[in-house]
Design a protein around this ligand. Sequence first.
Ligand code: CP
Ligand code: NVA
Length: 304
Amino acid sequence: MRMKTKDLLTLNELNKNDLLGIINNAIKLKKDLKKGVSKPLLKNKTLAMIFQKPSTRTRVSFETGMFQLGGHALNLSADEIQLKRGETIEDTAKTLSRYVDIIMARVYSHEEVEILAKNTTIPVINGLSDSFHPCQILADLMTIKEKKKRLAGLKLAWIGDGNNVCNSMIYGCAKTSIDMSIATPKGYEPSKQVVNESKKHIDLQLLNDPELAVKDADIVVTDTFVSIHHQSTDRTNDFLPYFQVNSKLMKKAVPDAIFMHCLPAKRGQEVTAEVIDGSQSVVWDEAENRLHAQKALMVALLRV
Ligand code: CP
Ligand code: NVA
């Protein structure tokens, strides 16, 4: 599979065929792995992982994925490399380009991952910035495809904060023809630019009423009210109790609606334990699919 883009920073870099190709290959890699088949497609390739923020899923799924593909992953906490002492992102990018084959970076400011990408000769993957989380949406679309057997024509309701994950979700839905209703408190809407670009492709509604948003939804999604970059602010009161996904809200969606959350979750805040641990929740498949989707992504970016 040959893709035009060198990097994956927002999800908007992928055209529809590239995106569907990655999802289909991820589903295939998952089936192969379950049968005990794991081809060393990235033999002798090295992935550098830069983390400015904590991570469980991203760190473990990328490292394990690289191992399963016969490659190697280096975990570079931003505090333990010279970035911490003021070496520029540009110089770090140029240096890493001489050693490794691909970089995944989790950063605060989205601009930092853009600078990294601009100054490397190798692919750069955004492992979450304050504005986007494209890898999560690859796994989410894969999960939706597995559960619903299709993508186009579905309706997804996003409830809560119009955050980084929501921005990439809008791009993902726009490319796969999933309609979206987004219910946020006033002032917590997703990026205007992302919404305006995507509105041309799907029915995309920005609402302030969660019950209206979940009406006829096949997929109900939420995320933490307090993202890592908002940790010092108290914003929970702007969301509770109205924007919590609970059983009453889930009942307004279609009867076989699935519940998704990128994790980590705070039970009793954005979602009740009854919903996230209940029969409609697919969060563990969603978490697992980070592994398969990112393997397919790295294979595509490294053009192997
Ligand atoms: N969903 C997600 O990116 O999880 P981590 O923060 O644990 O990587
Ligand atoms: N929106 C969350 C996602 C964590 C995976 C955050 O940025 O912290």
